[in-house]
Design a protein around this ligand. Structure first.
Ligand SMILES: Cc1cc2nc3c(=O)[nH]c(=O)nc-3n(C[C@H](O)[C@H](O)[C@H](O)COP(=O)(O)OP(=O)(O)OC[C@H]3O[C@@H](n4cnc5c(N)ncnc54)[C@H](O)[C@@H]3O)c2cc1C
Ligand SMILES: *[C@@H]1O[C@H](CO)[C@@H](O)[C@H](O)[C@H]1NC(C)=O
Ligand SMILES: *[C@@H]1O[C@H](CO)[C@@H](O)[C@H](O)[C@H]1NC(C)=O
Ligand SMILES: *[C@@H]1O[C@H](CO)[C@@H](O)[C@H](O)[C@H]1NC(C)=O
Ligand SMILES: *[C@@H]1O[C@H](CO)[C@@H](O)[C@H](O)[C@H]1NC(C)=O
Ligand SMILES: *[C@@H]1O[C@H](CO)[C@@H](O)[C@H](O)[C@H]1NC(C)=O
Ligand SMILES: *[C@@H]1O[C@H](CO)[C@@H](O)[C@H](O)[C@H]1NC(C)=O
Ligand SMILES: *[C@@H]1O[C@H](CO)[C@@H](O)[C@H](O)[C@H]1NC(C)=O
Length: 609
């Protein structure tokens, strides 16, 4: 087995020379390809039998099948570097300036195949050197990040296909099965855990499948029963576009808190929470049909009447484990007015923040029962509820208003005509602020790791509240907290319909910790220390609230017992579904269902803690 893999790697490096000799003139740099083989026995065996020449011809055949759209990746920042993949190249000053001035702009990042929202996932973090091509996020023009640095692809997939149709995905799966070359699936690249990049993989980039349509009487294919008021979204739609489209047909969509999150990709697949989720459920609760190419190469429709087991798995099973989604259909609600609370202050005394969080803990049970959902980030709260009148909303938020007012803060309690009106007025402006943070520390955001560390008992019970407040108080001395009220607290779910952990249904907060910020020039030891510090903080919340679960999309990168944290009792069923639709283990991802483990070559760039 081991020998077979070694043989395969050698074969592939030989192929590289061949590729280079034929393409060197047409690409701006020459990379050392190391396409890796799968560790699952059957496919690895097949790959080992593949000679360099036949692998090259398989790649060429794939390229022809998809109309010449197999492309070699280029690092997002490459135009700034005089040395790329070990070769001296001319610097493209204009292109570099554009990259630098938009380094933290998510639309700019989203439009480049080699860019990820959390740039550390562009790099091979396990490398003892800095194997990547990063600028200094605090100052993208900092020449120290560029001078004398060899810009490398790092963890960016060597090849990608910008997917136009399900047939592209089928061709890539066939190629993967034939050659052992691994696949990765990327949409908007928001993954906090590196699941949409991968050194040596062929990337399927879903970003441009952006269709949107609406039917007030959508009938899932093959079903004779219920109809739904629903919108159908191509896999690559931006959250912003989904909000605007729903509004244009006089509907409300339940979606996330950032313009560029991939609504019909990682978001709903992992569960998907919104400010509106306490009342209207998770994206996984609301999806009614998914069209997906399963890893066995078949383009399937999954809904409540066909491929029901697959449908269950796609509702929170997470990432690309069960296939490559081409489109998904989601229930929508009528337009409705919304109450919004925007409250913030500047802490002056060192105890202010702990006192504020304590107030948040004390009120969150009541707020949850009143339909409030939203975010608390340091001394700032933004919440919405569709259930209260304006007068009730003001009364409900009075304790927080009083606190902020006493600390010279600012307070707005406002009724807006629609969720889109709220999102446009408050979230996009907050994002402008967050993006300033991102510019300062794009590498730190991904360490916003999180847990649903807050079963309701910790809010409804005085003893629970005081324990939670005390732990938050302890944590604040060394880390910042980001709290999200987005669990489906009031939502009446259909029992057994989704794969998300049942612990979500009994949780009030999803709690994130932001301990440290990655730097472009972190040493391997520093990277490991940052991950460890994060896990250490999270562990205290796990210990306080055993069995509380975690959110697949935003968990600790090194989540212990991730099967239980993310899926609870649903895991055994999910694993059965995984084996049925992916018998050769072609679509693996970090801590996904059926994960082949961190020793798999696919995870060679994750730091081994
Ligand atoms: C700024 C920011 C704000 C966020 N806000 C929220 C929020 O409010 N609520 C919330 O629930 N989450 C939120 N998230 C988390 C977000 O939902 C996840 O990061 C999600 O995975 C992003 O999906 P993506 O398609 O953009 O990312 P990608 O990194 O492109 O993909 C994420 C995962 O999904 C897989 N995938 C993507 N497309 C497909 C496809 N078509 N078929 C199969 N697999 C696919 C990838 O392989 C990968 O495993 C936020 C993240 C960020 C960075
Ligand atoms: C795929 O084919 C197109 C068109 O012939 C070509 O431009 C491109 O370089 C090829 N891709 C690779 C990776 O060889
Ligand atoms: C930055 O990105 C925006 C789109 O997100 C674009 O309109 C603008 O031109 C870009 N700026 C530069 C300098 O390229
Ligand atoms: C949405 O509602 C407005 C106002 O009632 C109406 O004028 C418009 O035609 C509606 N649009 C759609 C697509 O139903
Ligand atoms: C937080 O802890 C400090 C001691 O470390 C204590 O003085 C303070 O009262 C605590 N605050 C709250 C709100 O518990
Ligand atoms: C609020 O502002 C007033 C007037 O500037 C000042 O006297 C007071 O100390 C401030 N209070 C706090 C908590 O910052
Ligand atoms: C859940 O069901 C109960 C009982 O039918 C109902 O009173 C409640 O309004 C429902 N909750 C939501 C959020 O729809
Ligand atoms: C990283 O670069 C900064 C300057 O940009 C420097 O201060 C710091 O010491 C460097 N760190 C390492 C580990 O080299």
């Amino acid at each position: 087995m081991l020998a077979a893999q070694t043989h395969c790697l050698i074969a592939i490096l030989a192929l590289v020379a061949l590729v280079n000799s034929s393409l060197a003139s047409s690409v701006p740099y020459v990379d050392e390809l190391a396409i890796i083989s799968t560790s699952t026995s059957s496919v690895a065996a097949a790959a080992a039998l593949t000679s360099p020449a036949s692998l090259f011809s398989a790649l060429s055949a794939l390229n022809a099948t998809v109309g010449g759209r197999v492309k070699r990746a280029i690092p997002f920042e490459a135009s700034c570097f005089p040395i790329v993949e070990g070769k001296t190249v001319p610097v493209d000053v204009a292109a570099c300036t554009a990259i630098q001035s938009n380094y933290s702009d998510p639309f700019s990042r989203g439009s480049h195949s080699g860019a990820y929202m959390m740039p550390q996932w562009e790099t091979c973090q396990s490398s003892p050197t800095t194997e990547g091509c990063l600028l200094d996020s605090s100052d993208p023009a900092n020449p120290l990040a560029i001078q004398g640095v060899n810009c490398q692809l790092g963890n960016v997939p060597q090849y990608y296909i910008e997917v136009k149709s399900y047939t592209d995905v089928q061709a890539a799966l066939t190629f993967s099965k034939l050659t052992g070359v691994r696949l990765s699936v990327k949409n908007k690249g928001h993954d906090y855990k590196g699941r949409s990049s991968g050194k040596g993989t062929l990337s399927l980039w879903m970003t441009n499948l952006r269709s949107l349509s609406h039917s007030s009487s959508f009938r899932p294919e093959g079903c004779s029963g219920k109809i739904y008021d629903a919108i159908t979204t191509g896999a690559g739609v931006f959250t912003q576009d989904v909000y605007e489209y729903a509004d244009s047909v006089n509907r409300t969509v339940v979606a996330g808190y950032h313009q560029t999150v991939g609504f019909s990709g990682g978001y709903f697949l992992g569960g998907g929470f919104s400010n509106l989720s306490p009342v209207y459920g998770l994206a996984a609760d609301r999806v009614v049909q998914v069209k997906v190419v399963t890893p066995d190469g078949i383009y399937r429709t999954a809904n409540e009447c066909q491929n029901e087991d697959l449908f269950f798995a796609l509702r929170g099973g997470g990432g690309s484990a069960f296939g490559v989604v081409i489109e998904s259909t989601h229930r929508v609600e009528p337009l409705f007015p919304i109450q919004a609370a925007i409250i913030s202050f500047t802490p002056s005394a060192s105890t202010d923040l702990a006192a504020w969080y304590s107030l948040m803990v004390d009120n969150s049970y009541k707020w949850a029962n009143e339909g409030w959902g939203g975010h608390i980030e340091g001394p700032s709260l933004i919440h919405t509820t569709p259930l209260l009148s304006h007068k009730e909303a003001k009364a409900s938020m009075q304790p927080a208003v009083d606190f902020a007012t006493a600390h010279n803060g600012t307070v707005t309690i406002e009724e807006l005509p629609s969720y889109l009106a709220f999102f446009t007025k408050y979230v996009i402006s907050v994002e402008a602020r967050e993006l300033t943070d991102l510019r300062r520390s794009p590498l730190g955001w991904s360490t916003r790791s999180a847990r649903d560390s807050s079963p309701a008992i910790f809010f409804s019970d005085a003893e629970g509240r005081s324990q939670l407040s005390a732990l938050i108080n302890d944590t604040l001395s060394s880390a910042a907290l980001y709290l999200m009220a987005g669990t489906p607290w009031l939502y009446n779910e259909t029992a057994g319909a989704t794969a998300v952990t049942p612990a979500w249904r009994d949780a009030i907060w999803h709690l994130g910790i932001v301990p440290q910020v990655f730097q472009y020039n972190d040493t391997l030891a520093e990277r490991g220390a940052r991950y460890k510090a994060l896990s250490g903080h999270i562990q205290k919340f796990r210990d306080l609230t055993p069995g509380s679960g975690a959110y697949f999309n935003e968990g600790d990168v090194y989540e212990p017992d991730h099967e239980t944290s993310y899926w609870g009792d649903n895991y055994p069923k999910l694993l059965t579904v995984k084996r049925k639709y992916d018998p050769h283990g072609l679509l693996d991802c970090w801590q996904c269902v059926g994960w082949q483990g961190e020793s798999d070559d696919l995870y060679q760039c994750y730091v081994k803690l």
